[in-house]
Design a protein around this ligand. Sequence first.
Ligand code: ATP
Ligand code: MG
Length: 254
Amino acid sequence: MTNDFLTIRSLRKVYNPDTAGEVVALSDLSFSVTKGEFITIVGGNATGKTTLFNVIAGSILPTSGDVLLEGTSILKNPEFKRSCVISRVQQNPNDSVIVSMTLAENLAIATLKNKNARLGNGVKKEWREEFVALLKPLGLGLEKRLDDRVDLLSGGQKQLIAILMATITKPKLLLLDEHTAALDSKISKKILEITNQIVKESGVTTLMITHNIHHAIEYGDRLILLDKGRIGFEAGGLKKQLLNVVDVIEKLED
Ligand SMILES: Nc1ncnc2c1ncn2[C@@H]1O[C@H](COP(=O)(O)OP(=O)(O)OP(=O)(O)O)[C@@H](O)[C@H]1O
Ligand SMILES: [Mg+2]
């Protein structure tokens, strides 16, 4: 028996096996995550980061290996079942929200995700009050825009709604796949601060992919660097020292 909440065990994913287009995206990848941990995952292009999330969320099957949540393999659970406990925010601000619906409708759909119910009479009055309470502390005035269609929002505002939709049902696991990469650096920082606040307050176990080494070091409890589909480097308590080293290296390069 271990205390592992999420276990990634010897994962291997080969796309187009035994063809000229064969790609080994994950190669004997193993690591484990404890409950409530916030892990940042960094790595160059095509190092298997999104493939890892696709395997965890159930969008694809691995070639071999296993994924265990609370000690039980989830590989046989279909994606829609896993989505009750695993929430995901994608890189593109339009991918995790329904742009043709209002903020309130989006949040209402997220609220209903795990319940055996339909939208029926639309957004309940008490939900609107809850949504206002959720949005107001973010300080962006979104609580006054509950009836605006989501396509009227900026990219950063859409990603905020997506994060709230992903966490409103209190998932066991939150997967953030470069969710601020499409935003400019100032907005990206703001969304990351709010992400960090939501993760810390809710205590949800989180994996966050980022291309930005500063963000990977600054946020989260532990950093994992993926290289060619396996772990290239791991850092826990050393993270702040690492940030100093990155700063020094970048200054030398300038
Ligand atoms: N459906 C697929 N079919 C074939 N190859 C794929 C497929 N999905 C991903 N790959 C390949 O697998 C490798 C890993 O891709 P993946 O998207 O996991 O990388 P990533 O680390 O998320 O990259 P990025 O930083 O660009 O988002 C890449 O070489 C990619 O081209
Ligand atoms: Mg990716």
